[in-house]
Design a protein around this ligand. Sequence first.
Ligand SMILES: [Zn+2]
Length: 78
Amino acid sequence: MNNGNSPAAPETTADTIQCPACRGEIRSSVKRCPHCGRPMAGSHSFFYYAFWVALSLVVAALMACIFYVGFLLLNRML
Ligand SMILES: [Zn+2]
């Protein structure tokens, strides 16, 4: 993602981002804001997102199974 023509402000380099919590300027490479200590969301690895995607898929499958079993039981009772 370093194509060299990013429309960044002259005073803000591409390596500097703004903390969403305290509006302080921090380097995008840091995992935690040095001003307020807030963890940066963009610093997680691919496996972090893969883990949450897998977890949400498992939860969705479990909920589908629960609804399906509940639907079957409801049909049997009626
Ligand atoms: Zn901060």
